[in-house]
Design a protein around this ligand. Structure first.
Ligand code: FES
Ligand code: FES
Length: 180
């Protein structure tokens, strides 16, 4: 669905559990831009703005999604989670611990997006059925660590540590998430 095709004149959705709405003038904005400027979610980063770096990754209806590729119009009815809220889930606590234990962050710019991808992959692997969205550009499905990492670029080059953290998190048992 393109914004031009849509009958939507207002998008209503949830961000980190809070109801939000965007007016017609904002419907063609990238979700990443709207989150940062209209919703105050500066935990969402913008890097390439073309779907290549993963810095803008959020979780949309349970699926890791490059928010720079999603026009706000496509968010109508969706549940959007940024890294700030993702960290407060049981999976988020486990993933944060894995990244900290791997000493993964250098400048940290890429880490929020990686955490969103890893939380979505971990939670999705435990869901029945796993969440799927085929209407989102470049939505990420699957729980393979390399697949998760492939969605992200790190200017500091810490890929080995990132992969270690992602692998550790994805290998954790459900019980370990609950005990965090
Ligand atoms: S800012 Fe969205 S993928 Fe780079
Ligand atoms: S830790 Fe600096 S960009 Fe990844």
């Amino acid at each position: 669905m393109s914004c031009e095709d849509s009958e939507i004149t207002r998008a209503t959705f949830a961000v980190n559990g809070q109801p939000c709405s965007a007016d017609a003038d904002d419907l063609t904005l990238p979700l990443s831009t709207w989150l940062r400027t209209a919703a105050g979610c500066t935990d969402v980063k913008e890097g390439c703005n073309e779907g290549a770096c993963g810095a803008c990754m959020v979780i949309m209806d349970g699926v890791a999604t490059n928010s720079c590729l999603v026009p706000v119009a496509l968010c109508d009815g969706a549940e959007v989670t940024t890294v700030r809220a993702a960290l407060s889930s049981s999976e988020g606590a486990l993933v944060a611990r894995a990244f900290a234990d791997a000493d993964s962050a250098q400048c940290g710019f890429c880490i929020g997006g990686m955490i969103c991808s890893t939380v979505a992959a971990l939670a999705g692997s435990r869901a029945t059925p796993p969440p799927v969205r085929t209407d989102l550009p470049d939505a990420r499905h699957g729980s393979d660590a390399q697949l998760v990492l492939d969605a992200h670029l790190c200017r500091c080059g810490g890929y080995a540590r990132h992969q270690q953290a992602i692998s550790t998190a994805l290998a954790a048992s459900p019980d370990s998430a609950d005990s965090e």
